[in-house]
Design a protein. Structure first.
Length: 513
């Protein structure tokens, strides 16, 4: 018996340290969790990353225990896609809660959940959140900014979905120890770092997402004309590998760097979510045309001369600057995507049309080059189209400014101030706030009053609510019975954001009826 006990102990020890026997399946892990996205009434895209090449099966059920009827969808993952899996699951039932997981033999991923969109023929309340700008770069093992607390607060809203609105990584973060991302592996690594934040992976597991990129997925302020083609290709591939974005149905525009990731999602009879791609087709910026002879860039070229002089600027911008900004041959969306947007806006029966825009369309003059203001002809064309066709309740949902900025959208505050649409800018998740950026820029220019000057510019346009120094997200609630949509800005504690200059003003707006 003593010898038998010794033998059994030896066998157990060998089994514990020996590699998996030949022919047996190696355990698979899922280091970055799971995610779902691009949900429609009848389909969804499911995502995960495995730690090795293998075959996974996505299991989908209305039962969180998967004991009832379960749909199964196999998918191979390979090194060529960084071991990521993206599976379109269909057919599903509208307005239903689903649970999903990935399996390889005995290895099982965490369980995620999503809700399919309601039928577009029926009224349905909708509650969703949006934000963007998440620099998860680590410095000596610690976050450069924070732990993405805004996303934990957003998850606590129990949203129907989350719009992950641009700058989903900062591939060119100033804190990257190896410098800006260049290679495909560089970009992939940035996504892996961000997925190391539990507040991100928990939110992506708890609800679906509509994700779109902005500039920092490639390099700051890039446009489709001057961007390095290989860096663009690497950044785009990494984005599409790492977010549950449907990649088959695309507009085609030969004039773009690549086909724009334009998508439209209907949530019941009352809400359209229109996702724009404002990077793949845009023309080059016109900063050279707006640079003075001394080499300084005009900080507010579209301000009227009297206002320019109040801010200490020359009465007029450099010759040719305004013509370049308003050149009708320049584009922000590309001709095909622009026409698609106009068509959806005109013919959609949805009461509320939410346009997901990476960059601000409202007018606040300062440094307009990378925003809609820097592409004046196309901006005016779209706004005038909305006005001419009497399209109501168009609301732009925006990030990128690293601030809360809520205001009416008009063609020109002084020359044509009729409100045409509304815009609600939120964020960031984790990066420098707008106030920090403006203060640093002012210090570089030798102007310690630059933040105050920007606040004054916001006063000129009558900003409804602003806060330049807060991490934030927005909650959008559509009430079909009241025929209203409400947008409320919240901070990383889940508390309402208030105006930075007038604390009694709450940063919330109601659109409709």
């Amino acid at each position: 018996m003593r010898r038998l006990s010794t033998l059994l102990a030896t066998v157990a020890l060998v089994a514990a340290v020996s590699p998996t026997p030949a022919g047996a399946a190696a355990p698979v892990s899922f280091p970055d969790g799971v995610a779902s996205g691009d949900v429609t009434p009848v389909s969804a895209v499911l995502w995960t990353r495995a730690d090795q090449a293998t075959t996974l099966t996505a299991e989908v059920s209305t039962d969180p225990s998967f004991a009832l009827r379960t749909l199964r969808f196999p998918e191979s993952v390979t090194a060529s896609a960084d071991f990521t899996a993206k599976i379109v699951v269909a057919p599903l039932v509208p307005n239903h809660r689903y649970f999903y997981r990935f399996r390889h033999d005995g290895s099982v991923s965490p369980v995620g959940t999503f809700k399919t969109a309601p039928s577009p023929l029926l009224p349905a309340g909708v509650r969703f959140v949006y934000t963007g700008d998440s620099d998860g770069t680590m410095v000596n093992g610690h976050p450069a900014f924070n732990n993405f607390e805004t996303l934990a607060a957003a998850r606590n809203e129990n949203p129907d979905f989350f719009v992950y609105l641009g700058d989903t990584i900062y591939a060119d973060s100033v804190f990257r120890p190896t410098g800006p991302a260049v290679t495909l592996d560089d970009y992939r690594g940035a996504y892996r770092v961000n997925r190391g934040y539990a507040n991100l992976t928990d939110l992506l597991r708890a609800t679906s997402t509509y994700a779109i990129w902005d500039d920092h997925e490639v390099v700051n302020d890039f446009d489709s004309v001057t961007v390095d083609p290989q860096r663009y290709a690497n950044g785009r591939q990494a984005f599409l590998e790492n977010l549950p974005v449907e990649t088959v149905l695309r507009l085609h525009d030969a004039g773009c760097r690549s086909d724009p990731m334009f998508r439209v999602f209907r949530w019941g009879r009352d809400a359209d979510v229109i996702v724009l791609d404002e990077r793949s087709c845009r023309s080059a910026e016109v900063k050279p045309a707006c640079t003075f002879a001394n080499g300084s860039l005009d900080l507010a070229p579209t301000l009227p001369p009297p206002a320019r002089m109040q801010f200490g600027l020359p009465a007029n911008p450099p010759p040719g600057c305004l013509a370049a900004l308003n050149d009708p041959t320049r584009t922000y969306l590309g001709s095909v995507q622009k026409q698609a947007l106009l068509t959806v806006l005109r013919w959609s029966p949805a009461r509320f049309k939410f346009v997901v825009s990476e960059d601000a369309i409202q007018q606040f003059y300062a440094l307009p080059y990378d925003r809609w203001e820097g592409y004046g002809a196309e901006r005016a064309e779209i706004l005038n189209f909305i006005r001419a066709n009497a399209i109501r309740n168009v609301t732009f949902l925006t990030t990128d400014e690293h601030a809360v900025l809520m205001n009416q959208v008009f063609v020109d505050r002084f020359a044509d101030p009729q409100p045409i649409a509304y815009e609600a800018v939120t964020g960031p998740i984790a990066t420098f706030t707008s106030q920090q950026q403006i203060a640093a820029f002012g210090q570089a220019l030798g102007d310690p009053n630059l933040v105050a000057k920007f606040q004054a510019a916001l006063n000129l346009v009558g900003e409804d609510c602003r806060n330049l120094d807060v991490d934030s997200y927005a909650v959008v609630t559509v009430d079909p019975a009241a025929a209203t949509a409400t947008i409320t800005m919240k901070n990383s504690d889940g508390a309402m954001v208030h105006d930075q200059l007038t604390a009694s003003i709450s940063c919330t707006a109601t659109i409709g009826p």
